[in-house]
Ligand binder design. Structure first.
Ligand SMILES: O=C(O)CCC(=O)C(=O)O
Length: 425
């Protein structure tokens, strides 16, 4: 065959051939799931040029999320039972296939046991162990080093919520953090998360398949729970073809990886073998106002009391202490994200080698080595926050030092990019 014809034939057969998904008996037509979710390393994520991902503006997979951490070996279902066995868990005996699948609330150890046994019986079941901020810290201790700043909540939790009880309360009330243990084929129907946070999931064991859909296509997603995103009934839900061919991605997330998706992105899952994941929510520059509003609404309109008491172990309502501190937390969020905006402008200016006009009208140029005398250096955030110090840039006198501007270091206790210094031109 002539080379041009061979190329056309290859193209046609690629278009017609379904994509087989290894491990799961799933075959998708090749024009489904055109949205690409980038895979990046922790190191890539910190580089200039990845600002959209650093700020949580788009979904991505962190490929070495658990590299050199103890989680891959120590964070097992047995560890969860030992550590949190007597806490409450939501057990979904058949996974969460649609909105009719409701949880049984039981002890975490019974829920995990059920999931283990259901794996043998071929039922896809899920145990979700809701964690307070205290238990989350214990899980996170197994995940260092390299916990991305984007996933961190400690910077605001500690500053605006002064009691452990208030921090634990908000985590439990809105499922801020969960360990999610599934047996083979357990999954969650297509839905979006209600309080507008970004969400990440560290895949600790097993592989999880995800369909992740851009909310710009949501007219074609029907209602949460209507669609089995892995085997959609296009006769009953014909508009979903538009979602499949324009707005959704399919990814398989392997042990050691973490998936992040921004607020309002729809998602559905299916476990390939037994799985264990750690889910966390996060406030970003894009969602902090919406998260504030959603939490304020919950504080101001608590679920009406009924004559029946809530079942034992059900998530608590948001506490008075949390609700009165919420606006202070929201101010911290707004403050941080406007500072970060400033800093990224500096970084852009520095990496482009350009000068920067300061608030006082003078012109500065990037000083990557921070070699100019400290008193001659410009404030890293255009005069309102931070000061430059001898060994590099410091983001304010009380915050931790970064030794390499533009490299990674510690700001506000979370690993992050270090700001650049600017010196008078
Ligand atoms: O892991 C899963 O099955 C999905 C979890 C999820 O959708 C969520 O936490 O919002």
């Amino acid at each position: 065959m002539a080379p041009a014809l061979a190329a056309i034939a290859a193209l046609l057969s690629a278009i017609a051939a379904p994509t087989h998904v290894a491990g799961l008996e799933l075959e998708f037509p090749s024009d489904w799931f055109p949205v690409r979710i980038p895979r990046v390393t922790r190191e890539d994520l910190a580089l200039p040029g990845h600002e959209e991902l650093q700020r949580g503006g788009a979904p991505f997979i962190l490929t070495n999320a658990l590299q050199s951490s103890e989680a891959l070996t120590d964070l097992t279902a047995d560890w969860v039972k030992r550590k949190f066995g007597s806490r409450h868990a939501d057990l979904y005996e058949h996974g969460i296939r649609d909105t009719n699948d409701k949880p049984v609330i039981t002890s975490a150890s019974d829920a995990l046991e059920f999931v283990e046994n259901s794996g043998l019986a071929g039922n896809g079941s899920y145990a979700m162990v809701r964690l307070g901020a205290t238990q989350t810290a214990a899980v996170r201790a197994l995940m260092s080093p390299g916990y991305p700043a984007l996933f961190d909540s400690d910077w605001w939790l500690q500053s605006c919520l002064h009691s452990t009880a208030a921090r634990d309360n908000v985590f439990l009330a809105v499922a801020w953090s969960i360990l999610i243990v599934g047996s083979d084929s357990a999954g969650f129907h297509l839905h979006w998360d209600s309080i507008n946070t970004g969400t990440f999931q560290f895949q600790v064991a097993g592989t999880k398949h995800w369909v992740v859909c851009d909310p710009r296509g949501e007219e074609s997603f029907y209602d949460p729970g209507d669609i089995d995103a892995f085997a959609p009934d296009l006769k009953a839900y014909p508009a979903f073809r538009e979602a499949l061919t324009k707005h959704c991605a399919h990814v398989a997330v392997a042990p050691g990886e973490a998936l992040f998706y921004p607020s309002n992105w729809w998602h559905a899952t299916k476990s390939d073998g037994a799985t264990l994941g750690f889910v966390g929510r996060t406030v970003t520059r894009w969602n902090h106002k919406d998260v504030h509003q959603a939490l304020r609404k919950r504080c101001d309109n608590p679920a009406p009391r009924t004559s029946k008491p809530p079942p034992k172990g059900a998530p608590p309502a948001l506490s008075k202490e949390f609700c009165s501190a919420l606006d202070t937390c929201a101010e911290l969020w707004a403050d941080r994200f406007s500072v970060l905006e400033e800093r990224s402008l500096e970084r852009q200016a520095a990496s482009a080698g350009t000068t920067r006009r300061m608030l006082d009208g003078t012109v500065s140029h990037p000083d990557p080595e921070c070699r100019t005398a400290p008193q001659d250096r410009r404030d890293c955030s255009a005069g309102t926050h931070g000061e430059c110090i001898a060994s590099g840039c410091c983001w304010g006198p009380t915050r931790a030092r970064c030794s390499t501007p533009g490299g990674s270091g510690s700001l506000d206790g979370a690993s992050d990019l270090c700001p650049w210094c600017f010196a008078p031109a």
